[in-house]
Design a protein around this ligand. Structure first.
Ligand code: AVJ
Length: 319
């Protein structure tokens, strides 16, 4: 075991949670499961491929906003900060931030996948020899505390790019932001959000021509087969993604096309043609709705940056 993997959820417990949630999902109507289960090693790789797709404007747009304004962000953050990234995301993004900062004190990455977060830190370590780094293997949506590394710890700045908050239900987003504003008190949160826009652009971003998003969606079932010994036929499910303007979210579903009898952890389920599993919501925000939510949760929205086409925004929320 690598020393930086000191704090973690045992893999067996993580597998048990996936099994429990998938059983709940199949028992319940309508069937729904949290999108965090997309991200095993295969799912994380598929997501990396999504980020490079021509239709998936999010990653590229956020990177451009970050590149253009990271100097202003670093100035607001100030010297000697601890950066806490929620999710071990794209190293490109956090590198841009670390490079712009005045003597950051520490980098902490929190991710549900131990392999992923440890690989990310290992890749970073060589390039930032003077920077203390820590991996926390945990579900940051449920975190109630952050470790106290030393007495008089540095100002904590959360970094939550990628519009991952869009995956949370409104209740989860409130809970996350409220907890974060408490844990980051005296510092702040730099957070990326995808903005409400032409539904045709949203539709294309989640229905790419190369079918990578479809493979990402179906991987949830392949993962259940691999990890839980289930017998889904992923190819028998249609990838169905659309923008729901009333809820301001892209919904992803897997729609079964042929009757299947599913075995999962000693239980049996019959899935009929047309029966669907709701696998993801990806909420989009208006600047007004996001600022209002952040304020309600204890932050002061102090600055924001977006691309000229107003597709994606990065907010600086003072805690
Ligand atoms: C990682 C949650 C930002 O919602 O756009 C990409 C995940 N799902 N394509 C998103 C995702 C389908 C992504 N987030």
């Amino acid at each position: 075991m690598t020393p930086q993997a000191a704090l973690h959820l045992v893999p067996a417990a993580a597998a048990a949670e996936f099994g429990r949630d998938l059983l709940d999902c199949l028992r319940r109507q309508p069937h729904a499961i949290a999108p965090k289960y997309f991200y095993d090693a295969t799912g994380s790789q598929l997501f990396e491929r999504i980020c490079a797709l021509p239709e998936y404007y999010l990653t590229r747009t956020e990177l451009a906003v970050l590149e253009r304004h990271v100097g202003e962000m670093a100035a607001l953050i100030g010297p000697g900060a601890e950066i806490v990234e929620f999710g071990a995301g794209s190293l490109t993004k956090v590198r841009l931030l670390l490079d712009a900062l005045d003597s950051p004190a520490r980098f902490t990455a929190i991710d549900i996948s131990g392999d992923h977060v440890n690989a990310a830190l290992a890749a970073l370590r060589g390039d930032y020899p003077g920077l203390e780094m820590e991996a926390i293997v945990d579900d940051f949506t449920r975190m109630e505390t952050l470790p106290v590394w030393r007495v008089g710890h540095p100002r904590r700045i959360g970094f939550f790019p990628g519009s991952t908050i869009g995956n949370f239900t409104p209740e989860e987003a409130h809970r996350f932001l409220s907890t974060a504003s408490r844990l980051l008190r005296g510092g702040g949160l730099l957070i990326g959000i995808d903005l409400v826009k032409d539904p045709a652009l949203l539709h294309a971003a989640y229905n790419d021509a190369a079918g990578v998003t479809a493979a990402f969606n179906r991987n949830l079932l392949a993962r259940a087969n691999r990890e839980l010994g289930a017998n889904f036929d992923p190819a028998a499910f249609a990838h169905y993604a659309f923008y729901n303007p009333q809820q301001r979210r892209v919904e992803m579903h897997l729609v079964n096309q042929a009757q299947q009898e599913i075995r999962l952890l000693g239980q049996h389920f019959v899935l009929l043609p047309g029966e669907a599993i709701h696998t993801e919501n990806s909420y989009k925000f208006t600047p007004e709705s996001f600022a209002a939510m952040a304020s309600y949760c204890g932050f002061a929205p102090a600055a924001q940056w977006c691309d000229p086409e107003r597709r994606f925004a990065i907010y600086w929320l003072a805690a």
